[in-house]
Write a protein that binds this ligand. Structure first.
Ligand code: G3P
Length: 497
C-alpha cells in the first residue's frame, strides 16, 4: 500500500518543530523544542547551527513516537525554514565556521551602507526584487568571510559552503550528499536573479562571495535526496522545501493571483500571490519567489515585519510582564484600551514599509496611570498596526482591495488581538481551523513530489474556516488610533543616526 504520511520540519527562528500529517491534512504527531538565542551585541542575533540540527533530530523522533508510526511509514520529508539566516560550513568536516547569522541580525548594516554608497540599490532591487538591507542573507556571508579568521582563504579553496537553514538541514539529512536550496529560499539571498532564475555573477561579485559556496537551486517540490538511515532508522525521500512564509502561503491555499495571507510568527509576514507577474513595489514591499512547482516559478509581493511574536517573547523573557505568551491575552484584557500608550517594537530596526536599520524600540504615551496591562496591550496592538502599515502598501502596489485577510501562526490563537486586527484594518480576518499552515505547506510540497497528493485542487478541500473576525470598531475611532501609531513610529525612526 502506498505510504500516506508526510513529515514536515518547521525550522523556525526560536524553535524547531516536526509535524506528521496524514493524507487528510490531519496532524497525527508533533514535537517542538526551543533553542538558544545568542545576542552577542545589541542588535545582533545568532544561532548555533549544530543546535538547530540536534534539536531537529530530537523533534523528528518525538513526532514519530507520538504518532505511533515507524520512519518507514513516512512517504516524504518536507522542510520549511526561517529564511535568510546564513550558515557557512566546511564541506569536508561538516562543521560550521561561525554561528548562523539570523535574519533579524543587524551586524551587517555597515556592509549594506557601503553597497548603497556605491549606488547599487537599484541594481539589487531590479535583479532580486529585494531592497538592500541587513535582513537578507548575502551580506551575512560577506561578514563571515571578512571577520572570521582564515575563512576567506578556505572559501576560495572551495572548502566552505553556504546555505540557508533549508540547505543546512537537507545537507545534514542526506549525510552531506545534497547541497541544494529551493527557488523561494534562493530569492531571499540578494544574489539570485529572480527574472533570469540564476545566481547573478555581478551581485555575487559586489558581495565578494565565491560562487562555489552557493547551493544548486531546485523546485520547491522535488526529491533532493534521501535521509540517511542512521538518523531515523530508515531512508526517507527529502522531497520539498520552501521558506516558511511561502510555505504558509501554500498551506493557506493562496494559489491564485491576488490571494494573500498574514503569518504571525517571530516576525509577521504578509504575502500576496502575484502568479507569474513580477511586481516592482513602489511602497516599501519586496518581490519574492513564492515557489517553483509544476515546471514554473510563481511570485509574491511581501511585507516583512521583523518583530511580532518576538515582542511577546520579550514581554515574557525580557520585561517579565507575563509568565507565558498566551497569558498576554488575559493581562491585556484587564484594561479596555492602552490609555494612549503605544509600543513600537523596532528592536532590530524596522522592516516593511519603513526599512530603517537605525530605528529602535520605544514605549510612548506613558502617564501616571499606566500599568503593566496597558503596556502588554500596546504590545499586542503593535502587531495589528504593523500589519495595517503593510496591507496599505500591498493594496497600493497591487491595486487589489482585499475582501478578507487569511491569518495563521501561533499568535492568531489570541482572540483579543485578532478582533483588534479586524477593527484596525476594517477588513474581516479569517482564521482557519489548521493554523499550522507553514508546516502544512511544506508537507503539501513534499507530498506532491511523491504522490501522496496529486494536484493543488485536491489540497483545497482541507482548508476550513474556524472564525471570521468582523470589524466592529467605528471607522473614525480606528483611524484615530492608527494616526497615533504613525506618530509613534516617526519618533522611533532614525534613533541611532
Ligand atoms: O524572513 C524571516 C522569516 O522567515 C521568519 O519567520 O516564523 O520565524 O517569524 P518566523
Amino acid at each position: 500500500m502506498a505510504k500516506k504520511y508526510v513529515m514536515a520540519l518547521d525550522a523556525g527562528t526560536t524553535s524547531n518543530r516536526a509535524i506528521i500529517f496524514d493524507e487528510n491534512s490531519k496532524i497525527i504527531g508533533v514535537a517542538q523544542k526551543e533553542f538558544t538565542q545568542h545576542f552577542p551585541k545589541p542588535g545582533w542575533v545568532e544561532h548555533d547551527a549544530e543546535e538547530i540540527w540536534s534539536t531537529m533530530c530530537e523533534v523528528m523522533k518525538g513526532a514519530l513516537e507520538q504518532s505511533g508510526l515507524e520512519a518507514s511509514d513516512i512517504a516524504a520529508i518536507g522542510i520549511t525554514n526561517q529564511r535568510e539566516t546564513a550558515v557557512v560550513w566546511d564541506k569536508n568536516t561538516g562543521r560550521p565556521v561561525y554561528h548562523a547569522i539570523v535574519w533579524q541580525s543587524r551586524q551587517t548594516s555597515g556592509i549594506v551602507d557601503d553597497l548603497k554608497a556605491k549606488g547599487l540599490l537599484e541594481e539589487f532591487k531590479q535583479k532580486t526584487g529585494l531592497t538592500l538591507d541587513a535582513y537578507f542573507s548575502g551580506t551575512k556571508i560577506t561578514w563571515i568571510l571578512d571577520n572570521v579568521e582564515g575563512t576567506r582563504a578556505r572559501a576560495e579553496a572551495g572548502d566552505l559552503i553556504f546555505g540557508t537553514i533549508d540547505t543546512w538541514l537537507i545537507w545534514k539529512l542526506t549525510g552531506g550528499k545534497a547541497h541544494v536550496t529551493d527557488y523561494s529560499n534562493a530569492s531571499r539571498t540578494l544574489m539570485y536573479n529572480i527574472k533570469e532564475l540564476k545566481w547573478d555573477d555581478a551581485l555575487i561579485g559586489y558581495l565578494n562571495v565565491p560562487k562555489t559556496m552557493l547551493p544548486e537551486v531546485r523546485p520547491s517540490s522535488s526529491v533532493y535526496g534521501y535521509s540517511i538511515p542512521a538518523i531515523l532508522g530508515s531512508s526517507i525521500p527529502v522531497a520539498g522545501a520552501a521558506g516558511d512564509q511561502q510555505a504558509a502561503l501554500f498551506g493557506q491555499n493562496c494559489f491564485q493571483p491576488g490571494e494573500a495571507k498574514n503569518t504571525y510568527g517571530t516576525g509577521c509576514f504578509m504575502l500576496m500571490n502575484t502568479g507569474t507577474d513580477i511586481y516592482d513595489s513602489k511602497n516599501g514591499l519586496v518581490t519574492t519567489i513564492a515557489w517553483g512547482l509544476d515546471g514554473k516559478v510563481e511570485y509574491a509581493l511581501e511585507g516583512s515585519i521583523f518583530v511580532a511574536g518576538s515582542a511577546i517573547q520579550w514581554l515574557r523573557d525580557g520585561a517579565r510582564m507575563v509568565d507565558s505568551a498566551p497569558d498576554s491575552e488575559w493581562v491585556a484584557k484587564k484594561v479596555r484600551d492602552t490609555g494612549g500608550v503605544y509600543l513600537v517594537p523596532a528592536f532590530v530596526g524596522l522592516g516593511a514599509p519603513y526599512w530603517d536599520s537605525d530605528a529602535r524600540g520605544m514605549i510612548i504615551g506613558i502617564t501616571r496611570g499606566t500599568t503593566k496591562a496597558h503596556i502588554v496591550r500596546a504590545t499586542l496592538e503593535s502587531l495589528a498596526y504593523q500589519t495595517k502599515d503593510v496591507l496599505g502598501a500591498m493594496e497600493a502596489d497591487s491595486g487589489i482591495k482585499l475582501a478578507a485577510l487569511k491569518v495563521d501562526g501561533g499568535a492568531v490563537a489570541n482572540n483579543l488581538m485578532m478582533q483588534f486586527q479586524a477593527d484596525i484594518l476594517g477588513v474581516p480576518v479569517d482564521r482557519p481551523q489548521i493554523i499550522e499552515t507553514t508546516a502544512l505547506g511544506a508537507a503539501y510540497l513534499a507530498g506532491l513530489a511523491v504522490g501522496v497528493w496529486n494536484s493543488k485542487e485536491e489540497l483545497k478541500t482541507a482548508w476550513k474556516l474556524d472564525v471570521r473576525f468582523e470589524p466592529v470598531m467605528p471607522e473614525q475611532e480606528a483611524a484615530k488610533l492608527y494616526k497615533g501609531w504613525k506618530k509613534a513610529v516617526k519618533h522611533a525612526m532614525h534613533w541611532l543616526e
